[in-house]
Every structure is written in structure tokens, then in C-alpha cells.
Design a protein around this ligand. Structure first.
Ligand code: PEP
Length: 253
């Protein structure tokens, strides 16, 4: 079923105290302001997962996610964290293929496909990121580029597994730049992605997949972006570090 999801990507930010303060504020506002029908996913750095999860407690509608996972289940892979370990801590979502992972850690479509499989095998929901660079957008090949990312990483999945994936369309030129895609640009790409998924997995399955937009979404532009029929939520970087902004984005649905 298509869900409305607002996921916060804290990236490599916040100390323990700062993370606890932010989480407590979000949890309290979410409860006090009676948020309904929108799943908020907090994706902090790994060491925060345990305390953040504790602060969330049993509140329905707020979930914990990670920003990455290994493609392996366990073993001698120093510095890595597996989906199996994450699941044992109550993690429900994991971001896979963020453009920063693709760029700085050279994660390829094929490798990211393996991470998706590893996450699904442990019952996690992958938030699979895709998106084009400014050069590709200017060349006019953005749609083909992003479809290719999906084909390479996800089209080997069974329909049952594909149905459990969340997609995040994040144009790289919009991430952390303050240059948000227009809501029409977002809608155009989300629809193209949904049609692409339908071409492989059928219209019904594609219609059930949540496709989030990411790239400088904030409290001022969220309502417009989220009003589009194929935009099912957001993946939020900078604005997820401020509780009021994050809640305002959630509430702008
Ligand atoms: C992100 O990093 O996924 C992101 C969308 O960042 P920002 O909201 O800061 O552009």
C-alpha cells in the first residue's frame, strides 16, 4: 500500500545530547499536534540508533531507520554494519544509494542492488535513492539516467520484494543546495519512475509504491511538492535537524 512517508536524514551530524534533544522534541510535537497518516522516519548516524529508538518508544507513526547497511550479513568487515544487526535493534528502514554514498564511496548500481537484497532479507524497508547530476539534467537525459539506476539495482527483484521498496527521487543538484526542484519537475520524474516500475512489475504494484522527493525540501516548499499526485513524501536532510521545521513539513501534507 502506498504510504505517506517523511524521512529525516541526519547524515553525519549531532552529538548524543543533540540527537536526544532533537528526538524528544519531534516525539513530543508529533504526539501533541496529533499527526495522522504520515509516517515519520528518523535516520540518525549508527550510534544514535539505540537511544533514539528508546525515546520513540511505542509511538505509532514514528519509525527508526539507518543511513546505510552492508551487503553482507556478518563477518570480518571492519567498520561495516549489517542489516541483520540493524534489525536486531528494531530498525525498520534503511537508506540505500544516497548520492553521497554513490559519489564519495563509489557505490555502483549493482552493489546497491545487493544491499537492497540484504536489507529485504532482514525485513527492513529499503529507501532506495536515485537522481541525476546537473550535467545530466542539462543534457536532457535525466529521465533515462534515473530509470537506468532503478533497472540496474531493482529490476532483478521478485515482485514481492519490489513491493516492499520505497523509492526516493533526489536530483543531486537539489541536495543541500537550496535549489529545490519545482513541484512540476518532481511530479514529472515521479510519474516517469512509476511508469518504468509498471513496465516491469505491472501497474498495480507500481501504484502501491511510495516515491519520495528529496532535495532542499523545507517547511516553505513542502506543501506544494507534496500536493502532487505521484509525490508520496520526502527525504529531508538539512530541515530534519530542526524539530519545528521537520514537523511543519510533516504537517504540510
Ligand atoms: C538528502 O541528503 O537526502 C537531502 C535531501 O538533503 P537536503 O534536504 O539538505 O537537500
Amino acid at each position: 500500500m502506498r504510504r505517506k512517508i517523511i524521512a529525516g536524514n541526519w547524515k553525519m551530524n549531532l552529538t548524543l545530547d543533540e540527537g536526544q534533544k532533537l528526538t524528544s522534541e519531534i516525539v513530543n510535537m508529533y504526539k501533541d499536534e496529533n499527526v495522522k497518516d504520515v509516517i515519520a522516519v528518523l535516520n540518525p548516524p549508527f550510534p544514535h540508533i539505540f537511544p533514539v529508538k528508546k525515546l520513540i518508544g511505542d509511538i505509532k507513526g514514528i519509525a527508526i531507520g539507518a543511513q546505510n547497511c552492508s551487503d553482507k550479513e556478518f563477518g570480518a568487515f571492519t567498520g561495516e554494519v549489517s542489516a541483520k544487526i540493524l534489525a536486531s535493534f528494531g530498525v525498520e528502514y534503511v537508506i540505500i544509494g544516497h548520492s553521497e554514498r554513490r559519489e564519495y564511496f563509489k557505490e555502483t548500481n549493482e552493489f546497491l542492488g545487493k544491499k537492497v537484497v540484504a536489507a529485504l532479507a532482514q525485513g527492513l524497508t529499503p529507501i532506495f535513492c536515485c537522481g541525476e547530476s546537473l550535467d545530466i539534467r542539462n543534457a536532457g537525459t535525466h529521465e533515462a539516467n534515473v530509470k537506468y539506476q532503478l533497472t540496474e539495482s531493482l529490476f532483478g527483484l521478485s515482485a514481492g520484494d519490489m513491493a516492499r521498496v520505497v523509492i526516493a527521487y533526489e536530483p543531486i543538484w537539489a541536495i543541500g543546495t537550496g535549489k529545490t526542484a519545482t513541484s512540476d519537475q518532481a511530479q514529472e520524474m515521479h510519474l516517469a519512475l512509476r511508469r518504468h516500475i509498471a513496465s516491469k512489475f505491472g501497474k498495480e504494484l507500481a501504484g502501491d509504491i511510495s516515491i519520495l522527493y528529496g532535495g532542499s525540501m523545507n517547511a516553505a516548499n513542502a506543501a506544494d511538492l507534496l500536493s502532487k499526485p505521484d509525490v508520496d513524501g520526502g527525504l529531508i536532510g538539512g530541515a530534519s535537524l530542526k524539530s519545528r521545521d521537520f514537523l511543519d513539513i510533516i504537517k504540510s501534507y
